[in-house]
Design a binder for this molecule. Structure first.
Ligand code: G6P
Length: 621
């Protein structure tokens, strides 16, 4: 997830681009840059000389702002980008815009090019030289290649050809010295809008970038291209035919637009989960096969694994517990899961054949970092699973698997959690495949189910109002127990943690079978018991456990698979989730619980984005 802005108009664009980037910083903030078409009238030259001036730097927008304050950049047509790194560390070289060989074309991009490696190879053979580690850099070089291969092709046509060549996602915006008053863009599965005003036209990833200039917008759809100049916006469909589309007007404030119209970042991020899940699978799940070389283990090393240790804190720990279940089930390797702060002090046994995985959304949690150092000191090979490219954990590990959930602003982890679970599923499945432990039919079934999981997550989100209603009726309770078994157990823990974190209500997550050994003593008519009971092989056991708490007069709220009417007899509230394979139930079942915690906290007027006493990155012990 990155932020893009572009402007072609009558005003100087440097500050328009810079201010737009500041408004997009919530989409990514590890490096930023702008590129402006600058026209120089040289007295002795026949024609003015056009060049693209680029200023870019690693770090937040304020670093770019300081640089720009010292640089003269004139021009009325330009592009800007704030980056959330996916390929290549957050450095100046990897920051956008990127150039072609001759620095005549500059491109900014938001998305992931899945087939960039093969395109890069083709281009290198043709003599192109690359300077960055990014997937994006292939784009200006491809445009250059198309433009030089034929005389009657312009930048727009080259962009149309490029959209057919690349696989993955992208909002791609390009400028060229050949046409210094126009900007060309194309879109595949990443947001791109056009803003129109009397003083020029804009392209952006999101409305806040340009709300101070216009309230009139047009959405660009997948595989469409667009060309903007100072007074024209031309949109073309995937066949290059012109499309007529009238702008619509929005009345949002800038603040609410940053949250995509949602009241809080947390709610926005819960709703972004279909996107985060899909992006995390992108390029790794291709045409019914798994491409998961990032594990960075040879088949030989995988076959020799005799133990996996996964460490994490907070919500990431719950993703680790889900990882244990699927890895053991599919790949038949024993998995130890441990809280980072415990691991670092207990003299853990690592040994030959042990793979160590650290899960952390921020990549900065000090306890996780210390556990990694301890494991490496003992000779373990460390794989990090994190959402932040170039974070300390990413730098200190042997290899990294990035979750591509996009920046998470709310302190409470939501979309990073589902993305971490995706990585756990892929890891288990990949190891099982290499070890030859999974039948083709079962493998195919799991992959197909994973492919449609984002749509199923969307179905749950479409029913968020139903969860809100349950929260409205139960928010005054002061004791909540979340119960689950096997795949439902980490979900129960996560549901309880979410509620604690943002509502400050006491909540416990428990393995339902353990109720009789203590927690059932808490249960009375002042308790809400949330049962995670989707269809799986422990379903009947869960039913009995819920009956036991019902007998103690608790209010019961069940999360069940679609069409399951069995809990109607004793549940006060029921929420149905789409059916999937039992191993994958967790990623769906957690979504209603995130929403439940959110709506309860809102009823109690809590600050859900910045709950008291908590921080997004815990960098102290
Ligand atoms: C903090 C955050 C939690 C997160 C935990 C672990 O407490 O508020 O949302 O789960 O840290 O963070 P990590 O970045 O290591 O996943």
């Amino acid at each position: 997830m990155c932020g893009i802005i572009a402007y072609a108009g009558s005003k100087q664009c440097k500050n328009i681009l810079l201010n737009g980037l500041k408004r997009l910083e919530y989409r990514g903030y590890d490096s930023a840059g702008i590129g402006i078409l600058s026209i120089n009238h040289i007295p002795e030259a026949k024609n003015p000389v056009v060049e693209i001036k680029v200023v870019k730097e690693a770090g937040k927008i304020k670093v770019l702002e300081e640089l720009l304050s010292e640089v003269e950049m004139h021009g009325v047509c330009g592009i800007g980008h704030t980056r959330w790194a996916t390929h290549g560390e957050p450095t100046r070289i990897n920051a956008h815009p990127h150039f072609d060989c001759k620095q005549k074309i500059a491109v900014v991009h938001n998305g992931i090019i899945e087939n960039y490696a093969e395109i890069k190879e083709e281009l290198i053979k043709k003599g192109h030289v690359f300077v960055s580690q990014t997937d994006t850099e292939v784009l200006p070089h491809l445009l250059e290649e198309y433009l030089k291969s034929k005389t009657n092709i312009n930048l727009l046509m080259a962009m149309q050809k490029l959209l057919k060549k690349i696989k993955g996602s992208g909002a791609i915006v390009a400028i060229s010295v050949e046409n210094p008053d126009e900007i060309v863009a194309g879109r595949i599965a990443s947001p791109l809008i056009v803003g129109t005003s009397k003083e020029g036209n804009f392209l952006a990833s999101d409305m806040p970038a340009v709300l101070e200039h216009t309230r009139f917008f047009t959405v660009i759809n997948d595989y469409e291209t667009v060309c903007i100049t100072r007074d024209k916006v031309k949109i073309y469909d995937s066949n290059g035919k012109p499309v007529k589309r009238n702008p619509f007007k929005v009345n949002w404030s800038i603040e609410s637009a940053e949250k995509g119209g949602y009241e809080d970042f947390m709610l926005k991020e819960i709703f972004e989960q279909p996107y985060g899940i899909r992006e995390t699978m992108r390029g790794r799940l291709l045409d019914g096969e798994l491409n998961f070389k990032e594990l960075n283990l040879t088949d030989e090393q995988i076959k020799n694994l005799n133990k996996i240790q996964i460490i994490a804190c907070g919500t990431s720990y719950h993703a680790a517990l889900t990882g244990k279940l699927v890895i053991e089930r599919w790949a038949k390797i024993p998995v130890e899961v441990e809280i980072s702060s415990e691991y670092r002090y207990r003299d853990p046994i690592v040994g030959e054949g042990c793979l160590f995985i650290a899960i952390t959304q921020s990549g900065e949690t000090i306890d996780t970092l210390a556990a990694i150092r301890e494991a490496r000191r003992k000779g373990a090979k460390v794989i990090a699973v994190t959402n932040v490219v170039g974070s300390t954990v990413a730098r200190e590990s042997d290899s990294v698997i990035y979750t591509h959930a996009g920046p998470e602003v709310g302190v409470c982890a939501t979309k990073t959690f589902s993305a971490q679970i995706v990585v756990m599923y892929l890891t288990g499945l990949y190891i099982a495949r290499v070890k030859g432990l999974i039948k083709q039919e079962n493998y195919g079934r799991i992959i197909e189910e994973l492919r449609i999981i984002p749509d199923k997550a969307q179905i749950i989100l479409n029913n968020a109002d139903r969860i809100k209603k349950i929260a409205d009726e139960t928010f005054r309770y002061t004791c909540f127990l979340f119960l689950g078994r096997i795949y439902g157990f980490p979900v129960a823990l996560e549901g309880a943690l979410k509620l604690k974190e943002i509502s400050y209500i006491h909540a416990e997550g428990y393995a339902a079978g353990e109720m009789k050994h203590g927690p059932i003593a808490l249960t009375d008519n002042k308790t809400v018991v949330v049962g995670v009971i989707p269809q799986d092989f422990v379903y009947e056991k869960m039913l009995s456990n819920l009956q036991e708490v019902k007998a103690r007069n608790a209010r019961i709220f069940t999360i069940v698979s679609e069409g399951d009417k069995n809990t109607e007899k004793y549940a006060d509230y029921i929420f149905e989730i789409p059916k999937t394979l039992e191993e994958l139930n967790g990623i769906l079942a957690v979504i209603p619980l995130q929403l439940y915690a959110y709506y309860i906290a809102k009823n109690l007027n809590r600050n859900v984005d910045q709950p008291r006493n908590l921080a997004k990155s815990v960098t102290v012990e």
